[in-house]
Design a protein around this ligand. Structure first.
Ligand SMILES: [Zn+2]
Length: 413
């Protein structure tokens, strides 16, 4: 079940019995296998703990360098557990550049564990903080600070280094699941890399919930922390983009989106009104007859429902270009798209102050790429699928997945 069979011969050589491997390694640590999000303030992260031969390894996955959103994910081991001749599972911290050293893992409670390093001197570099920062910057951004001219971006990068390096001695992880899929989904749900302006690339989970799709941040930033819902797509409201000649005109796109926003607002009001009326009629029903209120409202409901289901069936691809004035980190975005929907994107000040859902356009390019035009920010995010087969990451049920989404969102605030 854990894929250790092929290693039986190695086991004989090291003189460790199968039973020991099972009892001391796999059984004891089976609860930490799977997908996890570290608790690092707003930043989050993605860790996959897997069985690899006689090891259990915790791999941290990092987005490629900004803005190359189509590049593969990078990964590095944060810890490993293995059986030595001493017949006792050994936990090693893999952080830093001086090789594995003594560490510790504590399973706090179901779906939560923490790691601790017992030799943080192994994380230090001979050149001190300066060298540590330069190395981190090279790994994280593939650049030097001098290459990053944007002053605000330099500040954000420094802030992330100072903040995250406080967590090098111990980290707590919370379990996350990959989103469950259904044949009706617009595309396969899953994890994506997305461009977030000066914040660089972030990891977003796309999941489907009836007439809505949600993009939840697995990694975050000081504005919108990990766990928050960055975009929400209204699948009941497809958008017809203007013809390619008029697509460059931002005000035309803006007009179309705001019209749909107004329509959505009206529909929500009507729904609320209906609910109120129903409540009233329920109250009335307990009293002597007053049948009129309920009926009209029901008629309206079916009309709205029918409208929701008249979704265009996968139209042929149409030309796409960003409107003038909309900023994209990546000029390399696809020039054709399949379908667009009305959506909202979450924006907030530093420290997640006064968060607000603002109107935008969800653009589906193909099975593995989509985009979002942030109308108020006049910016564009491009998302590209993370093609890694994560192990032990499936949700046991849809309920468990929904519960997980709710939890990581509430913990982020
Ligand atoms: Zn360490």
């Amino acid at each position: 079940e854990y894929g250790v069979c092929e290693n039986l011969r190695k086991l004989e050589i090291t003189g460790v019995s199968c039973r020991d491997v099972y009892a001391k390694l796999l059984h004891r640590y089976r609860h930490i296998l799977g997908l996890w999000q570290p608790d690092i303030g707003p930043y989050g992260g993605l860790l996959n703990v897997v069985v690899d031969g006689l090891f259990i390894i915790g791999w941290m996955y990092l987005p490629p360098h900004d803005p190359h959103v189509d590049d593969p994910m990078r990964f590095k081991p944060l810890f490993r557990i293995h059986l030595m001749e001493r017949k006792c599972a050994t936990v090693e911290c893999m952080y830093g550049h001086k090789g594995p050293h003594n560490g510790h893992i504590q399973i706090v409670k179901k779906d939560e564990f923490s790691t601790k390093c017992n030799q943080t001197d192994h994380h230090r570099m001979s050149g001190g903080r300066q060298e540590e920062f330069r190395t981190w910057l090279r790994e994280e951004w593939g650049r030097t600070l001098e290459d990053i001219f944007h002053e605000h971006m330099q500040e954000l990068i420094l802030m992330k280094f100072i903040y995250t390096s406080q967590y090098d001695n111990c980290l707590t992880y919370r379990r996350i699941y990959l989103p469950p899929s259904s044949p009706d989904d617009l595309i396969q749900p899953g994890l994506f890399k997305g461009t977030y302006g000066s914040h660089g690339l972030e990891i977003v989970m796309l999941s489907f919930h009836g007439k809505k799709a949600k993009g939840t941040k697995i990694t975050g930033d000081p504005n919108i922390p990990a766990g928050q819902q960055t975009v929400e797509i209204d699948l009941a409201h497809p958008l017809r983009l203007p013809d390619i000649e008029n697509l460059r005109d931002f005000s035309e796109l803006s007009r179309i989106v705001l019209e749909v926003q107004e329509q959505v607002r009206r529909e929500e009001q009507e729904r609320e009104q209906r609910q109120e009326e129903e409540e009233h009629s329920q109250q009335a029903a307990s009293q002597p007859a007053s049948p009129l209120g309920g009926e009209g409202a029901e008629g309206e409901e079916t009309a709205a429902g029918a409208e929701g289901t008249t979704q265009d069936k996968a139209p042929a691809s149409q030309p796409f270009v960003l409107p003038m004035g909309v900023i994209s980190r990546n000029e390399d975005y696809p020039r054709t798209c399949r379908i667009c929907f009305y959506g909202t994107g979450l924006i907030a000040g530093h420290g997640f102050t006064s968060p607000e859902r603002t109107p935008g356009v969800f653009v589906l390019f193909d099975d593995d790429r989509f985009g979002f035009i942030w109308l108020e920010l006049k910016s564009f995010s491009l998302y590209s699928r993370i093609k890694v087969s994560f192990q032990n990451a499936q949700a046991p049920s849809r309920e468990a997945f929904d519960e997980m989404l709710k939890n990581i969102q509430s913990l982020a605030t």
